[in-house]
Design a protein around this ligand. Structure first.
Ligand code: NAD
Length: 353
């Protein structure tokens, strides 16, 4: 066995009620003036954080999808005016994105408290939008130093967003299995992550208050996020980035719709061993991971067509053009006509095959 595995240095505190560990975590790092970040929807959770601490520099409540640089500039000016010495982001990928943007600009430590399953907290990747254009960069300095996963904070994540955010996490792990930098360690993490989420998400959709299922889902999301932070991705992430950026589609929902189609395309180039392991991690797959994903999405009752989010069938050609214009790694050769068909199916909501 020959492989290279690079682990990302981050400290993870996981469990129920772990938010209460934040004060000792700040003391451990000798930090005294945290700037708390959240979206307008999560001001109540940000207040919970502030209430736990002996002192806060301030709270910035305008975190926004796609990390627009004008919001980052506003938050940066606020951070300077209140003389913060660290950043505490509580929320999903949008809030964590703002935390990363501030941390990399100021050099201040970033403590993340994720409340969705998107996984940004475990990656050194930052996507930012300026004048409607999204650019992505990777830098070890972007990786948050401490992540506090508190199951209790995920209990309010609505059933629908729990489902799509969970499938977003599964997508990181699926692509880790056939990454150009795949290795036995990320494969272990990926399969355990997929299994945990595929088992727990249907329970959460039926009963969002089921704490055991919430715990399994957050644990799975962490493992899948580690994969995203460690190995390179392929067609699925490329398609979602292209479609999301060019047609202004919602992040988790787009990942959910595209994943079975991207896997169906790539499965023709994957080994029987990889397909069998993935199928084993997905309930009711009967040995076929594409079927396993179709079953999971149907059980979760999620939307299957990008037209439900405003994309039109006429957009398919443009999307195929953009998705195939730059070369990138994929286990199966990128063929424009077949990628067009993958996109068309996702747009109109056909079952993946
Ligand atoms: P999000 O952060 O935009 O959250 C969606 C909505 O759900 C927000 O209004 C938020 O306030 C609310 N919410 C979050 N947690 C909640 C909770 N527990 N209870 C109630 N409401 C809650 O969505 P997301 O899917 O987590 O993140 C998407 C963004 O993250 C995208 O911009 C994506 O590009 C980015 N992302 C980046 C990386 C990376 O590695 N850089 C990885 C994954 C996602």
């Amino acid at each position: 066995m020959n492989f290279t595995y690079t682990s990302n240095p981050s400290r993870v505190i996981f469990g129920s009620g772990t938010l209460t560990k934040l004060p000792s975590e700040l003391s451990r790092q000798n930090l005294k003036a945290p700037l708390i970040l959240c979206t307008p929807h999560q001001v109540a959770q940000a207040s919970l954080v502030a209430a736990l601490l002996p002192a806060v520099a301030g709270t910035f409540t305008e975190a926004t999808m796609h990390t627009p640089t004008h919001i980052t500039q506003k938050a940066l000016a606020y951070a300077q005016s209140v003389e913060s010495d660290c950043i505490v982001s509580i929320g999903g990928g949008s809030t964590i994105g703002l935390g990363k943007a501030l941390s990399v600009r100021t050099g201040q430590p970033h403590i993340c408290i994720p409340t969705t399953y998107a996984g940004s907290e475990m990656t050194p990747i930052l996507g930012e939008t300026e004048d409607g254009r999204k650019t992505t960069r990777s830098d070890p300095k972007i990786l948050p130093g401490t992540v506090i996963y508190d199951i209790d904070l995920t209990m309010t994540l609505p059933a629908g967003l729990s489902a799509t955010s969970g499938v977003n996490a599964i997508a990181h792990a699926v692509e880790a299995l056939y990454s150009s930098t795949a290795n036995p360690i990320t494969t272990l993490l990926a399969l355990e992550g997929i299994k945990s989420l595929a088992q727990s998400l249907p329970t959460i959709v039926n009963d969002p208050t089921n704490k055991e299922a919430r715990s399994r889902a957050l644990y799975g999301a962490w493992l899948c996020a580690s994969c995203l932070g460690t190995v390179g991705m392929a067609l699925h992430h490329k398609l979602c980035h292209t479609l999301g950026g060019s047609f202004n589609l919602p992040h988790a929902e787009t990942h959910t719709i595209v994943l079975p189609h991207a896997l169906a395309y790539n499965s023709k180039a994957l080994s029987q061993e990889t397909l069998a392991k993935l199928a084993d991690a997905l309930p009711d797959s009967e040995g076929d991971p594409v079927k396993g994903l179709n079953v999971l999405l149907n059980t979760l009752g999620v939307k299957r067509a990008l037209t439900e989010f405003g994309m039109k069938e006429e957009d398919v050609d443009k999307a195929a053009e953009i998705a195939t214009s730059n070369p990138y790694y994929n286990p199966r050769q990128i063929r424009k006509d077949e990628i067009r068909e993958v996109i068309r199916r996702a747009v109109v909501g056909e079952e993946a095959r």
